[in-house]
Design a protein around this ligand. Structure first.
Ligand SMILES: [Zn+2]
Length: 470
């Protein structure tokens, strides 16, 4: 069925108020939110800000990894963008950024979209969210459909760099506080089907601002970038220190996160599912850049993804090799909740192909770099300058990440080896014309996707204080 037709049908079903049908196998008949054994369903969607794919590992997150590997762990999962708001808008709507229109930070997610929490709320779910950084504040549209939305960022960190203190403090919260608030929200939730969205910020810069990083200098990304871009000789020393502090923050998060997940799972009154992913990764020079937002390179869009759910836990293979992305999460949660006929694009990642899970390499992932309101020059660590004016999309195609637009397509990571062993950039790209045609279609969709700007200088200041370029 044509996807737009399917979407239209899905919306029509919702708009006339017909009850959603319960999927066979996922839940008992006629009672969405009640698991197969009649316990209410509890779903926790956890988004970890700025966690690279290799950050979710048995070494860096041993406790959380040990819990999540009982379900399915994906190794070919890609975030929709390398920027916080656009990817989260995709996670909550099941739409690509060129469809929901939040193509950069500072835009408001439209009220006319059907968000995952709205659909679940309509089906009787209690919906509750804890977000831990300013870009996800409810005023940007992320509170739609939530019975409770906690977007208070109480921790006032001063940001320091080589002894210099930066004005502004923090507009975010860290793992210990967030996990405590999440546990309280779970404890206070009414009995019945429940959906939680928990967002954690710890891996995001400044690096080393969690208790694990104490004793080392806190490294701020803008300062690191300044040293790198001007070729300062101390950059070579600061880069590994920044990475080490980033990893300490991840290790600190692991303890709080694992404690939260464990407490959720321990409550046997519910049939519980946990989905864990990241909104984007982080570059530490691999792609000649730092941080995130300017590129759709593997270090910035290849992210962790793991699912614990009654239908997947304990089934083989636990290591999933099919390709998927942020756009698939809303459909996945809806499937776990036992709903069909929902308006979400993407595919359910807990759906089998007959009796087996999707094969290695099947599936798809698409995304884009954020759009900027005006041209910006990106200065890379190799000294090259790149003017950001055209949209840049990516597609995961035949095992490789391809980036570009209607005019040009190229490997997103030229340094990576091609399947034949040579440098990827030295070979012609298979299916280049088809990929450019796909990107042209994405470009055409962009024209019709408009998101509003939040008209608030306070919002701009707060985003700026966190280092979010506008
Ligand atoms: Zn983010």
């Amino acid at each position: 069925m044509d996807i737009r037709f399917a979407l239209a049908i899905g919306r029509l079903i919702l708009s006339v108020g017909a009850p959603l049908v319960v999927a066979a196998g996922a839940a008992s008949c006629g009672d969405p939110g009640a698991g197969a054994d009649a316990r209410p369903t509890r779903i926790a969607l956890i988004t970890l800000d700025t966690l690279r794919f290799d950050g979710f590992s048995p070494e860096l997150m041993p406790e959380t990894y040990r819990l999540m590997e009982r379900g399915h762990v994906f190794s070919r999962f890609y975030s929709s963008t390398s920027t916080t708001q656009p990817t989260h808008a995709t996670i909550l709507t099941g739409l690509h950024p060129w469809e929901h229109g939040v193509t950069r930070n500072g835009l408001v997610l439209g009220q006319h979209f059907d968000l995952l929490p709205e659909v679940l709320q309509d089906e009787g779910y209690w919906t509750s969210a804890i977000v831990t950084s300013y870009p996800l504040k409810g005023s940007f549209g992320y509170d739609q459909g939530f019975d409770e939305f906690d977007d208070e960022f109480g921790v006032d960190y001063s940001r320091t760099w080589v002894g210099e203190e930066v004005e502004g403090g923090g507009f975010y919260s860290l793992g210990e506080d967030a996990a405590a608030r999440a546990r309280a929200a779970v404890a206070a939730a009414p009995i019945g089907p429940q959906f939680f969205w928990f967002h954690f910020f710890d891996p995001h810069d400044p690096y080393g601002d969690t208790p694990s990083g104490e004793g080392e200098v806190v490294v701020q990304l803008p300062a690191l970038r300044y040293l790198g871009e001007k070729g300062d000789p101390t950059f070579a020393d600061w880069l590994p220190r920044a990475r080490a502090q980033y990893e300490r923050d991840i290790q600190d998060l692991d303890r709080h996160l694992a404690g939260l997940i464990q407490s959720i799972l321990a409550d046997e009154a519910f049939e519980t599912s946990v989905i864990l992913t990241a909104d984007h990764g982080e570059s530490f020079g691999e792609d000649s850049s730092l941080g995130h937002g300017d590129r759709v390179s593997p270090s910035q869009v290849h992210v962790p993804m793991a699912i614990l759910a009654p239908t997947v836990t304990g089934t083989d293979p636990a290591a999933r090799l099919d390709v998927a992305g942020s756009v698939d999460l809303a459909a996945t949660v809806a499937h776990i909740a036992g709903l069909t006929g929902t308006p979400f694009g993407g595919r359910s990642l807990v759906e089998r192909n007959g009796s087996s899970w999707p094969a290695a390499g099947t599936g798809a992932a698409f995304g884009m770099r954020r759009l900027l309101p005006e041209d910006k020059v990106e200065l890379r660590l190799d000294g090259s300058e790149h003017v950001q004016s055209q949209p840049v999309f990516y597609a995961h195609h035949k095992g490789r990440l391809i980036e570009g637009n209607s005019e040009d397509a190229r490997p997103a990571d030229p340094a990576a080896e091609s399947p034949s062993g040579g440098p990827a950039s030295a070979e012609s790209l298979p299916d280049e014309e088809k990929i450019r045609a796909l990107f042209a279609a994405f470009e055409a969709s962009l024209e019709g996707a408009g998101a509003e700007e939040l008209d608030s200088s306070a919002a701009r200041d707060a985003l700026g204080a966190l280092g979010y370029g506008r």
